[in-house]
Design a binder for this molecule. Structure first.
Ligand SMILES: [Zn+2]
Length: 779
């Protein structure tokens, strides 16, 4: 009786969790409990097919009473996928070693041997047990299958029906499948069967359940070799999961072995304290993973007792997907951070102040076939639970995009290039911290560089090397911006670059240097262009100096880009549009992402930029001199027809959302925008004048003789789409073929010899149509 009570107690806990998670109803759990009680009374031996999932330290060996979770699954009241997720979430799953032992396959001693050789490496315990011939692959998968409540199948006879492939690919795209190591097997009616080879990937199954709520999703475990074969068969390419590409990354054999203290079953899979070499290899792995995944940044965080390593890829944060790492990490995190700080030459005893530095790694770049060195800027922030670390990959000089390659709108690019033609004065490049203003600063430097110009740059942190630019670093204790800029003047530069103006000394030094006839480019943290002027004033720069010395200010903010794969036009709710408009702006077309597997269901993929350029001349200089308030300057800027961040956002409504614009743009500007609209004082009234339909027409008489004109049409199309005129050869050819085909089709259908092509740009939308042109016969 005692035993039963203890079983019930444990089982009830899983039931409670399932109810709490909304996976099961209380009455279902009660029903399952009844079943369990009956099974217990009858002392039914465990059926061969039943799984034991719960941590069952106090359940005597050999008693196979089914858990509440299993019963709920067998009654079809809870899906194995949901059950698995809940057990994982609450750490209620029996570990692999324990499961194999429970199944009578291996002994404690064998587990210990395996754990000893596992040490700190990326091989799973299962892999090692197979290598040491303690278990067979089949036994491993049987255990994994019971552990995760997943059916194991070899699916040897399975083949995709050619006719089903397209549908399956539509449900799970190649990228998602590759990224999450999951493939669809069959779709029968509304039943979708998926396959994984590592139960870790069950979590993405849950994610999919939310997207495809109308489908009944089941998942089976298949061996890795079969997974690879099927992946290739379905998608036509090889599965490139990082776990497989790890051959060039240090593995256990590369890492020096170290005798562990004998681990017990309880702390199985717990690594010994890793050696210095292990940690070095681990860091290499983390950074290389970031590089191969094109991550913007790597986040290493201690959160309470736990720890996490996450990568920002295409704007979204993703965890590092290494089996077993989640459990090891909390014990490794301190050593990891310690080693990173050591590599960057930071003070590890300092747990009070934020620190930053540089970590470099060398790696073999497969694209260029060359050894490359990549620098990561490391920022360490002490918190109550320990240091948190952010690593940001530095852009190598060769890949600094030019102004044309950036995501700025054409009007920004044109204005920026015009500003850069000046030979004296100050150009401020402003934005908030994550706005990407550094990229614009570097692109501007690249734009300016030529054999006839000497460019000197002062910066606080390590910057990517740009050919031809002489860089010097300030040092808080010995060398200030002021001293450095004064020294620069002795070297007779044409252009001086200051990475960021952060204090009075720097601001004054910049203004003074600007008086001696150089062009000065500076970064500054500010919400928008007007805010940048007020930042300068806060640093003690006189209004008169701003009016006189600052030529112009470019300001930018980063917004998320609507996922192109699931973008849809929609009509926003009043609470969405009334932040910016008093009445619904019917002329604008709004878009958002519905969420798909490409964007990980977020609806956004990657980023784009909103920017504005404010030229300080005429009225604005005048207003600065007359002590005008910030609001007045904003109104003048708007009335003079400058496109503000809001304007730029509304022009990019196909690329980003209203929500993102409102989030990225400073509130003051939104207020100014609404006021200006109300008073009708805008130079380019956003929804009425500048967004009016623009139309352009061409008449072609023969597609072959008019290649040059088609090219022109293509370039105009790019302008209409608010892109740069630059040529994309592939796209151009597609466009050429499209026009050519359309031309012939219209000529055939209407028996005409000339065709009118018309491009119309509506607010946020673009239409392109063709019509026959009939020439009146004379005489
Ligand atoms: Zn999407």
């Amino acid at each position: 009786m005692n035993r039963l009570r203890s079983i019930n107690h444990k089982a009830l806990k899983t039931g409670e969790l399932l109810v709490r998670e909304g996976m099961a109803r209380q009455e279902d759990v009660d029903a399952a409990l009844d079943v369990q009680l009956k099974e217990g009374d009858a002392e039914i031996p465990s059926p061969a097919s039943s799984y034991s999932i719960n941590r069952s330290d106090d359940i005597p060996e050999g008693i196979g009473i089914r858990t509440i979770g299993e019963i709920l699954c067998s009654l079809d009241l809870v899906s194995p996928i949901d059950l698995n997720r809940v057990l994982l979430k609450y750490g209620k799953r029996l570990k692999l070693g324990g499961m194999l032992k429970k199944m009578g396959i291996i002994s404690d001693a064998q587990i210990r041997t395996a754990l000893e050789s596992q040490q700190f490496n990326f091989k799973s315990l299962g892999q090692i047990l197979i290598e040491q011939e303690f278990i067979t692959e089949k036994q491993l998968y049987d255990a994994l299958s019971r552990q995760h409540n997943l059916q194991y199948k070899r699916v040897d006879g399975f083949e995709y029906a050619e006719s089903n492939k397209a549908e399956l690919i539509q449900i799970i795209g190649h990228n998602y499948a590759d990224e999450n190591s999951i493939i669809p097997l069959t779709l029968e009616g509304n039943k979708l069967t998926l396959a994984v080879y590592s139960p870790e990937n069950m979590l993405s199954v849950h994610e999919l359940k939310n997207v495809y709520a109308y489908l009944r999703i089941e998942c089976v475990l298949i061996p890795q070799d079969r997974f690879k074969e099927l992946f290739k068969e379905l998608y036509g390419v090889t599965h490139s999961h990082p776990l497989e590409t790890r051959t060039h990354i240090p593995t256990a054999s590369d890492i020096q072995e170290k005798k562990p203290e004998t681990p017990s079953i309880e702390d199985e899979e717990e690594p010994d304290v890793p050696s210095d070499e292990d940690m070095e290899a681990f860091i290499q792995y983390l950074l290389k993973y970031g590089i191969t995944k094109n991550a913007d940044s790597i986040h290493i965080e201690q959160i309470g007792e736990g720890a996490a390593i996450r990568y920002r890829i295409g704007g979204n944060l993703k965890g590092l997907d290494v089996p077993g790492l989640g459990e090891k990490l909390p014990r490794l995190i301190r050593d990891l951070i310690h080693k990173l700080k050591e590599k960057a030459g930071l003070d590890d005893s300092d747990h009070e102040n934020p620190q930053s530095g540089l970590v470099r790694i060398r790696f073999f770049n497969r694209e260029t076939n060359k050894q490359a060195e990549v620098g990561f800027r490391i920022s360490v922030l002490p918190t109550s639970s320990g240091d948190i670390v952010t690593l940001t990959a530095q852009t190598p000089s060769a890949s600094i995009p030019s102004i044309d390659d950036q995501d700025h709108s054409v009007h920004t690019k044109t204005a920026l290039k015009r500003l850069l033609e000046a030979s004296t004065g100050i150009i401020l490049i402003s934005g908030s911290e994550k706005s990407g203003k550094e990229q614009t600063l570097f692109a501007s430097i690249k734009h300016l560089y030529g054999p006839d110009r000497k460019i000197l740059m002062a910066s606080e942190s390590e910057q990517p090397e740009i050919a031809g630019v002489i860089q010097a670093r300030v040092n808080q204790d010995h060398l200030t911006y002021e001293q450095l800029l004064r020294a620069f003047l002795d070297h007779d530069p044409d252009v001086i670059v200051v990475d960021t103006i952060k204090d009075m000394g720097t601001a004054r030094a910049v203004v003074t240097a600007a008086g001696s006839g150089q062009l000065i480019l500076c970064g500054i943290d500010a919400e928008d262009a007007v805010d940048a002027m007020w930042k300068l004033m806060a640093f003690g720069v006189e209004r008169e100096s701003i009016a006189q010395r600052v030529n112009g200010i470019i300001s930018q903010q980063r917004v998320r880009r609507v996922c192109p794969s699931c973008r849809k036009a929609y009509t926003p709710e009043p609470e969405e549009w009334n932040v910016l408009f008093d009445s619904f702006p019917a002329r604008l077309a709004f878009h958002k992402g519905a969420g798909c597997t490409t964007c990980g269901l977020i609806g956004y993929a990657g980023h784009t930029i909103l920017s504005e350029v404010l030229i300080i001349d005429g009225e604005i200089s005048q207003a600065l001199r007359t002590q005008a308030e910030q609001t007045v300057i904003r109104q003048i800027a708007m009335a003079s027809g400058n496109k503000t961040l809001v304007d730029d956002g509304l022009l990019k409504l196909k690329q980003t959302t209203l929500d993102e614009i409102v989030r990225a743009v400073p509130f003051k500007m939104i207020v100014a925008y609404k006021t200006a609209k109300k008073s009708g004082k805008t130079g380019n009234d956003r929804s009425e004048v500048s967004y009016e339909t623009i139309k352009k027409e061409w008449i072609l008489s023969s597609s072959h003789s008019e290649e040059a004109r088609i090219l022109e049409m293509y370039q105009d199309l790019k302008l209409f789409r608010n892109e740069d005129r630059g040529l994309d050869p592939d796209e151009k050819n597609i466009f050429y073929d499209f026009i050519s085909e359309t031309f012939h089709q219209v000529c055939r259908d209407y028996k005409c010899r000339r065709v009118l092509f018309c491009m119309e740009s509506h607010p946020g939308d673009l239409s392109f149509w063709a019509a026959p042109v009939f020439v009146k016969r004379h005489g």
